[in-house]
Design a protein around this ligand. Structure first.
Ligand SMILES: [Zn+2]
Length: 252
């Protein structure tokens, strides 16, 4: 079984070098062909050092977080100058919503430059009201930038059916399964995930976010559970492997 993983972070409790070594082990041990690494702004190393280490690895792509509420122009220039595949927006951690005008300026530039991806955290944690974030803002962004691909990370959490329907109507949106798939490992949300993957088999992409878990064990548990609950082999292959390629131009 070949795996592509669309959501992974380096372990920030180790040095950059040790954390990258650990990533290499995970890639080898789990037959991971390609992986999307997410670099957040508060990691304990510079983005420059991060790029230097990661650019040496085969099959590892990355997006860098940009915070529209602070010095975004400088950060965007750094991202554009690097080999990043795109940007990551984290409304939940940085407390902004997607009506923010700077976000529209940032994505306009990404679209013009033909960057592969805009990844946006879409996990509903019960506090979206505090910064006026709402589901429709995700749809509005995707509708405004039709030539930009979006990856909605965590598929909306327990609001997965809402996000699945929004993705169904938008050719430029994909969903990653990370966190939601193991946080809600039993119960109705997992059934919704199964229903959603089967109903949009070309749009759901496996993302692990397994940094604090035993990767192999968690992946096996997940795959067994998906199979047992009615995900057929050809859909599973798309989810775990081939859909990932739809995110990228792969043109260097
Ligand atoms: Zn994450």
């Amino acid at each position: 079984m070949k795996i592509n993983d669309s959501h992974f972070h380096l372990d920030t409790s180790r040095s950059l070098k040790k954390s990258v070594d650990q990533l290499k082990r995970i890639l080898d041990l789990n037959n991971i062909e390609k992986l999307l690494l997410i670099s957040l702004k508060n990691e304990p190393w510079t983005y420059k050092d991060f790029c230097k280490e990661i650019d040496r690895l085969n099959g590892v792509y990355y997006v860098r977080e940009i915070d529209p509420t602070e010095n975004y122009k400088k950060v965007l220039n750094e991202i554009i100058a690097s080999k990043a595949s795109g940007i990551k927006l984290h409304p939940r951690l940085r407390n902004f919503n997607l009506k923010n005008k700077n976000i529209y300026k940032i994505i306009e530039r990404c679209e013009k430059l033909n960057l592969d991806l805009v990844v946006i955290c879409a996990f509903w944690d019960g506090e979206w009201n505090k910064y006026n974030l709402s589901e429709n803002q995700y749809a509005d962004l995707a509708d405004t930038f039709q030539n930009q691909k979006f990856l909605w990370a965590h598929s909306g959490g327990h609001k997965i059916l809402d996000f699945m329907f929004m993705a169904r109507r938008r050719h430029n949106v994909f969903l990653d399964s990370s966190f939601t798939q193991n946080y809600f490992f039993s119960g109705s949300v997992f059934s919704d995930l199964i229903y959603s993957i089967n109903s949009l088999p070309n749009k759901f992409i496996f993302g692990s976010d397994f940094e604090n878990l035993d990767y192999k064990k968690t992946l096996n548990l997940l795959v067994n559970k998906l199979k047992k609950n009615g995900i057929e082999n050809h859909t599973l292959e798309k989810f775990l492997h081939s859909n990932f390629n739809g995110l990228f131009h792969f043109n260097g």
